[in-house]
Design a protein around this ligand. Structure first.
Ligand code: 3PG
Length: 307
């Protein structure tokens, strides 16, 4: 009987866990659940005889793979897979997949929620502003950005985007303005929302020059990854420009310094919340389970990311 582990430091909603278990039960696999663990040693012990692994943002490096000699497949239930060491997985003969798009709507809705909270002054009673008519710039135009554009369009926002991979066709097809450069995106929009993955090219790519070029009362939103920010540059720009705000689902590494220097212009969730809805957990979790069954039963490798 194949042994599968669901290892989630940040647990899925109960409905998702049940749905995942049902899929594996039907396939005749054994499922184990490791939730809310805080120690990598606990994860190491849990993987020793498993063949399939479902994770979220859990860090999976060579030490975990060394401890899992039977492991054939890891599915990251979500879009970004920068938490998994792909080179090490390939060396260990392990297939890595993601479940792209499955939690995109949840992240897009969080962006809107955080923006309204921000421009209504955290609901503190003072007069705020509205999203209608505001310019929203999307950095990259993948699944999250496309969902955000759909919702923002309904709110009457003026949407434009820049494709860092220079593949603007989707933006054009959706009918939005395409920026020719990152600089143009930041200089044009009052609100800029980041939707690129964390890669060597994007890490620390958003810093002083871009942020300080933002329009008056600019808001930078980050529901992508913490490490795409050049933190000293961001902080310097926000300290100089008292009209700018930074809204994020990923607390800065220099969190305490940012709280001290920026006060209520630094708006953050206590824990990464973008994909934390029942619907997103069910979508991504069940997709992950199905991908594991298809891989073992039929050799299907769609969504493999370590080719
Ligand atoms: C993703 O890449 O899919 C999101 O960042 C969600 O991450 P999470 O599963 O840790 O909430």
């Amino acid at each position: 009987m194949k042994k599968i582990l669901i290892a989630t430091e940040k647990p899925f909603a109960a409905d998702a866990v049940k749905g995942i278990k049902d899929i594996f039960d039907m396939a005749g696999y054994e499922v184990r659940l490791l939730e809310g663990y805080t120690d990598q040693e606990v994860l190491k012990a849990a993987v020793k005889d498993i063949e399939g692994l479902i994770v979220r943002s859990d860090i999976i490096g060579p030490a975990i793979m060394d401890a899992a000699p039977e492991l054939k497949i890891i599915v990251r239930a979500g879009a970004g897979y920068d938490n998994i060491d792909l080179a090490a997985a390939t060396e260990h003969g392990i297939v890595v997949m993601n479940t792209p798009g499955q939690n995109a709507n949840a992240v897009a809705e969080l962006v809107i929620g955080m923006l309204i909270y921000t421009i209504r002054n955290r609901f503190n009673g003072k007069s705020g502003t509205e999203l209608m008519g505001k310019k929203l710039g999307l950095l990259a135009f993948g699944a999250v950005a496309q969902n955000l554009a759909r919702i923002a369009h309904g709110l009457g926002m003026d949407i434009s985007s820049y494709s860092p991979l220079n593949r603007p066709q989707k933006i054009i097809d959706a009918g939005y303005h395409v920026h020719e450069s990152l600089q143009a995106l930041f200089a044009f929009n009052q609100i800029v929302s980041l939707h690129m993955p964390s890669t060597p090219a994007t890490r620390h790519s958003i810093g002083y020059d871009l942020v300080s070029s933002m329009r008056p009362d600019g808001i930078l939103v980050n529901t992508a990854r913490q490490d795409v920010i050049d933190e000293p540059g961001l902080l310097r720009a926000l300290v100089e420009r008292k009209d700018l705000r930074y809204v994020t689902d990923l607390k800065l590494a220099c969190h305490d310094e940012a709280v001290e220097k920026l006060g209520d212009r630094y708006i953050f969730t206590p824990k990464k919340m973008g994909a934390q809805t029942k619907e997103a957990n069910v979508n991504a979790g069940l997709a992950a389970a199905q991908q594991i069954v298809s891989f073992f039963e039929d050799g299907v490798k769609k969504f493999q990311v370590n080719k």
